[in-house]
Write a protein that binds this ligand. Structure first.
Ligand code: UTP
Length: 230
């Protein structure tokens, strides 16, 4: 297998792992297997409900915030391992990378890489943007539990409209004006936006379903495209 294929970084929302695990994960895995002939997928699993369950319990038991982040990271790595089994160890790098250096080494093998979180104090979105920067990804896809980026949180604002394209500048000002409720609509946080801005990483926020992710990887205009220019 050569390392020369274009790299595509996909952040898979932790919500994907909340459902009927084995059958749902199988569907995502077959997309990554299928596209791996033409691109090299680097996939980052979120923590989902299971991470929040562990975090809530550990918080009630007196754990400090950075320890809670480490628990979230460990759960996301468990999710990553499930996805790796589903893709098949013939195509996947055999271990889950634990830092950016290991991500770089794993990517250089040309195999599919599956990771969870890396550092406490970050969202999986910010971590995934840093990974996209490190591996010089052609495309960063943030696969989330809504169709893309809306003018307001679609779960609480009935009039929210899906944006097909939005600039980083506009998103930063929306975050600054707190048009998103803190902690409820952070599809892209400030760290993630700053990273994709400084390295001009082509980025798309899409619905986490297998066929939409396949379309996004193939370059179709799905979800919301984040553009660097104003
Ligand atoms: P996330 O909250 O990012 O996972 O990680 P998620 O379920 O995919 O979230 P959505 O789908 O984007 O909403 C779970 C927790 O793990 C810790 C944080 O505490 C985070 O809340 N974490 C994760 C880190 O501290 N660093 C990382 O790099 C990743």
């Amino acid at each position: 297998m050569s390392g020369a294929r274009d790299r595509v970084v996909v952040k898979l929302s932790g919500s994907v792992f909340d459902l009927d695990m084995a059958s749902t994960i199988t569907q995502y895995a077959s997309v990554f297997r299928e596209v791996s002939g033409s691109v090299q997928p680097i996939v980052i699993a979120g923590g989902g409900r299971e991470a929040r369950r562990y975090i809530d319990a550990a918080r009630a038991l007196g754990a400090d915030e950075s320890s809670l982040d480490e628990i979230g990271i460990e759960v996301s790595r468990l999710n990553a391992r499930l996805l790796a089994f589903a893709i098949g160890m013939d195509l996947v790098h055999p271990s889950v990378p634990r830092n950016l250096e290991e991500i770089g080494m794993a990517a250089s093998t040309g195999r599919i890489v599956v990771a969870g979180g890396l550092h406490p104090g970050q969202s999986t979105n910010a971590t995934s943007a840093l990974i996209a920067e490190r591996v010089k990804a052609r495309l960063f896809i943030n696969a989330t539990d809504v169709e893309g980026i809306y003018t307001a949180d679609p779960r609480t604002h009935r009039g929210a409209v899906l944006m097909k394209r939005v600039s980083i500048k506009e998103l930063l000002s929306m975050l600054g004006m707190e048009r998103f409720d803190a902690g409820t609509y952070e599809l892209m946080d400030i760290v993630a936006l700053k990273v994709i801005q400084r390295s001009r990483i082509p980025t798309r926020v899409v619905k986490a379903d297998p066929s939409t992710i396949r379309e996004a990887i193939q370059g179709h205009d799905v979800g919301t495209e984040i553009v660097a220019a104003t």
